[in-house]
Design a binder for this molecule. Structure first.
Ligand code: PHE
Length: 357
């Protein structure tokens, strides 16, 4: 009997000393487990005479129930304490002011590419891409600019070192190379635009060594200069959002178009910032009817197919539309400048793939 009382006192003390559920479980095993102290005593019952067994057995059972109950109670208390501690540590202070969200904005160049793409896609043009590192053939020769042609000088080309075949890759000087790649790989008719980066070794207030163009190409059986003018006039009206955009087509020369023209927008440069309307002119694109030699170079019969091409200068459009006076600001990565224009992303996904390009 005494030993049972002592066992109970010990078990109680150990339960009370258990500070967490693991410790409590160890106590349970030590007393109630298969090899626990109480179970061991149960095993001794077999050797007792019936009278003794009865009373000792019932004491033992009582002790077992008491210890079980003690452990259960302590377990509940420990579980509650653990939950309380979690609730206290994980609580939210809903009165704290919200953390400010840093939100980026779209660069004016990306914005204008998206705007142009949307307008031209509505005219049925599909968006295509080509590589920025080009070979001589796609950037020049196929565009009717053979080696030694003086037009090559106009391009201020960045050349790569010669490869083992003695050929030099270039950073494409215009997106017109994409015309060639597209026509090589597809059958006419063609109606595509190709936005992207272009490079020329030139840097001053109106020239940057890297700039952006959107190439356009429309070839079918009876596409004329009238379609070219209609397409581009419609484009600038939509782009600037006014019906009366002052435009001028000025005769020009490109080896890959004949006849060729440049399109100017009437503008004013008062106080150093651009806006449309005024007695000054700003060139925004080159265009013309695709030269028969170019079609021949990609295996298209110029007696059957004809059409136009154009190459728009993106930065120039952006300067005119958003009144940006200095081209160099586009590339200074000044966050205050970006915040000033604060363009929100257009609906994603966009036709040019949104912000990923
Ligand atoms: N590739 C010419 C340039 O960069 C522009 C152009 C494109 C002209 C297509 C005519 C036709 O200056």
């Amino acid at each position: 009997m005494d030993s049972l009382l002592q066992l109970k006192a010990e078990a109680t003390k150990e339960v009370e000393a258990s500070k967490d559920l693991d410790a409590l479980e160890q106590v349970r095993v030590a007393y109630l487990g298969k090899k626990g102290a109480i179970q061991e005593k149960m095993k001794g019952l077999g050797q007792m005479d019936p009278e003794e067994r009865k009373s000792y057995g019932s004491e033992l059972n009582q002790l077992k129930n008491q210890v079980t109950e003690l452990i259960e109670k302590s377990k509940k208390a420990l579980e509650k304490a653990a939950l309380d501690a979690r609730l206290a540590s994980e609580s939210l202070d809903v009165t704290l002011p919200a953390r400010q969200k840093e939100e980026g904005s779209v660069h004016p160049v990306s914005q204008v590419i998206e705007e142009c793409t949307e307008i031209l896609a509505n005219q049925g043009f599909e968006v295509v891409y080509g590589p920025q590192i080009e070979d001589d053939f796609h950037n020049f020769t196929a565009l009717n600019i053979p080696p030694e042609h003086p037009a090559r000088q106009m391009h201020d080309t960045f050349y790569f070192p010669e490869d083992e075949k003695g050929e030099r890759s270039v950073l494409r000087t215009h997106t017109s190379s994409v015309q060639i790649r597209y026509m090589e790989n597809n059958k006419p008719p063609y109606r595509v635009i190709a936005p992207g980066r272009t490079y020329r070794c030139d840097s001053d207030i109106t020239h940057s060594p890297m700039f952006h163009q959107i190439e356009g190409l429309y070839i079918d059986k009876n596409i004329t200069m009238a379609h070219l003018k209609g397409c581009l006039i419609n484009f600038v009206q939509q782009f600037f959002g006014v019906d009366e955009v002052p435009v001028r087509f000025r005769p020009s020369f490109f080896p890959f178009t004949e006849p060729s023209a440049e399109m100017d927008i009437g503008c004013s440069r008062a106080q150093g910032d651009f806006k449309i309307g005024g007695d000054d002119w700003m060139e925004i694109l080159g265009c013309g009817m695709v030269h028969p030699n170019v079609l021949k170079n990609v295996g298209v019969d110029p007696d059957e197919y004809q059409g136009f091409a154009f190459g728009i200068g993106i930065e120039r459009l952006a300067m005119l539309k958003y009144g940006i006076a200095d081209l160099r600001t586009f590339y200074e990565a000044d966050i205050r400048w970006l915040e000033h224009y604060n363009f929100a992303p257009l609906d994603i996904p966009t036709l040019t793939g949104g912000l990923s390009r």
